[in-house]
Design a binder for this molecule. Structure first.
Ligand SMILES: [Zn+2]
Length: 320
């Protein structure tokens, strides 16, 4: 797509994750910038080399990397561009890029405590041992600068930053007002709904973030922009943004209605709700399904439709 001779090139590489391929975007401008960095596998790197070559570039031409969020399928090759002068993104990317050990300790403890409170049986807690496994697909580095709401992208003054937390606490989207293009990372995807994922609070003295509430707010925020085309992290480009956001919000409300109907039968723990909501997927995707379940419970609490009480060290949720 050409705007004022400034091209956006979509590059697509495979990932070992269920989500499948991930897109990177090469932005031409005052700097040659790659938005997101795929996953750290040989297959992804080789696919990237071929596609860069097709459009006349090599990895050494890339001058900076800008990240939509910290997940391994978006930061994998961040350290593979030899002449990069800067890496930019939300400040929270740094915990992952620098492998901040104190953060990972907190991350582990956070999930141990959360699962204890959620009534997760010991047999499911083995999932906690795999929390760091995806890091092997993530690149290493350090941010050169942090981006916040309203910033313009370095070297690309026509692109501005919209904070879109929910899927990740580091999630940003980038908007070009002149033609309404949104680089949405995993905030808005056409073919699948994005998972709001639980993460510990960055400041341990704070309450944990409520990713589903953040995700809803961030989607509603996007409605304020005149978005014509979304260039997502996965799947096809799309234009019907308003419609898609309406559908996402409505589907989530329907799922919350289902959770509420379970709780009308009697009090349940988050684990018990998860087992009812995701009978088939829970064993295979325990982290994701628990995040989604706790998200729906956060939403219903926020709507004052349910309340929770601690019973023998475990939160039990009741409809009001
Ligand atoms: Zn992704």
């Amino acid at each position: 797509m050409t705007v004022k001779n400034k091209m956006i090139h979509q590059l697509t590489v495979p990932t070992p994750f269920p989500v499948g391929d991930v897109h990177l975007y090469l932005l031409e401008g005052d700097m040659l910038t790659i938005v997101d960095a795929g996953v750290k596998t040989k297959e992804a790197w080789e696919a990237l080399l071929v596609q860069l070559k097709e459009i006349g570039y090599t990895p050494a031409d890339v001058e900076q990397v800008i990240l939509t969020h910290h997940h391994p399928d978006h930061i994998g090759l961040v350290d593979q561009f030899p002449k990069v002068k800067g890496i930019y993104g939300h400040t929270n990317n740094d915990y992952w890029l620098t492998r901040d050990e104190a953060f990972f300790q907190r991350y582990q403890t956070f999930f141990e405590e959360l699962y204890e409170r959620s009534g997760v049986p010991d047999s499911y807690k083995k999932f906690l041992q795999t929390l760091r496994a995806p890091l092997k697909f993530a690149g290493e580095g350090k941010l050169s600068g942090c981006l916040v709401e309203g910033d313009f992208l370095p070297g690309h003054a026509d692109w501005s930053v919209i904070e879109t937390p929910g899927h990740a606490q580091s999630h940003l989207s980038f908007f070009r007002e002149s033609d309404g293009v949104l680089l949405a990372g995993d905030h808005l995807l056409h073919h699948i709904s994005s998972n709001p994922l639980l993460e510990p609070p960055i400041d341990p003295s704070n309450e944990r973030p409520k990713p589903l509430l953040q995700y809803r707010d961030a989607m509603k925020k996007c409605l304020q922009y005149d978005i014509t085309t979304v260039y997502p992290g996965h799947g096809p480009y799309f234009s019907d943004v308003r419609n898609l956001i309406d559908i996402r919000l409505e589907k989530q409300e329907q799922r919350a209605g289902k959770v509420l109907s379970f709780l009308k039968e009697g009090g349940l723990t988050a684990f018990q709700v998860c087992a009812l909501l995701f009978q088939k997927q829970m064993d295979k995707e325990f982290g994701l399904t628990m995040s989604e379940t706790i998200g729906q419970l956060d939403y219903l609490e926020d709507q004052q439709k349910i309340r929770k009480e601690i019973e023998y060290g475990v939160w039990k949720y009741y409809s009001m």
